[in-house]
Ligand binder design. Structure first.
Ligand code: SF4
Ligand code: SF4
Length: 227
């Protein structure tokens, strides 16, 4: 899932100083699961904005909506209609950056502002805790590392073994909270009886499949032909 954190309230309020009719839109997928941009967070942000602007004696209309996915046209069409029909001045999206971009491309002259900071692809570890698992590098190398990703989970993105800061299985960047991924990889390969594979030096990674290679697209040729 895509993980995001709520933006500081004052930052979001600051975006909206010059607008009177504001629609806060949540997304029912990843950001709902990680408790940053679902229906409940829309209600909390909208209530906070009403209270904060009201205390300043400023009358603004703060509206709420939540769609199942902001990254899918069929779900955002009703919001686009609502923005036009109700003459909304500005939209705040609590979706990840994908939703913000997808909306922005379709919103015409209505401004949109992000309500969350999109952080990483991760998984829920414990209630209230999510951890990064994948960096979307476009050429998955976890076949060589027991299914554990050194691109995303090594603080230095080291692809051929640990740095000198690995100690007692912990990463020097934050020993209290981060496992050294190369310890995890070692332990996993040991369990799988594949430790000898660690002696294979992996070639330099081709980062053109990552975002370094420019804006990426994913095509299913039976449905879409690139021009
Ligand atoms: S190697 Fe690349 S695609 Fe595979 S999990 Fe890591 S970042 Fe994601
Ligand atoms: S201690 Fe381990 S996880 Fe941390 S930077 Fe070094 S190799 Fe990467």
């Amino acid at each position: 899932m895509i993980v995001a954190d709520p933006k500081p309230f004052g930052q979001v309020k600051g975006y909206l100083e010059n607008f009177d009719k504001i629609l806060v839109v949540g997304c029912g997928t990843c950001v709902t699961v990680c408790l940053s941009g679902g229906e409940a967070e829309v209600q909390i942000l909208a209530s906070g904005l009403r209270i904060a602007f009201g205390r300043e004696g400023r009358s603004k209309t703060i509206l709420e909506d939540t769609v199942q996915r902001q990254c899918d046209e069929e779900f955002i069409l009703p919001i686009l209609d609502r923005v036009a029909n109700e003459k909304i001045d500005a939209v705040v999206s609590l979706a990840c950056g994908v939703g913000v971009n997808f909306f922005a491309d379709r919103l015409g002259t209505t401004p949109i502002f992000p309500g969350v900071n999109t952080t990483f692809y991760g998984a829920g570890m414990e209630p209230g805790l999510w951890a990064e698992m994948c960096a979307g590098c476009g050429d998955c190398m976890t076949a060589h590392t027991g299914g554990i990703c050194p691109v995303a989970r090594c603080s230095k993105h080291l692809l051929n073994g640990p740095c000198g800061g690995s100690e007692k299985g912990k990463c020097e960047v934050d020993p209290a909270n981060i496992d050294c991924v190369w310890q995890l990889i070692y332990d996993r390969l040991q369990k799988l009886g594949r430790l000898e594979e660690l002696q294979n030096v992996l070639p330099a990674k081709d980062w053109r499949t990552a975002s370094d290679g420019g804006v990426r697209r994913s095509v299913r040729e039976h449905l879409y032909r690139l021009k």
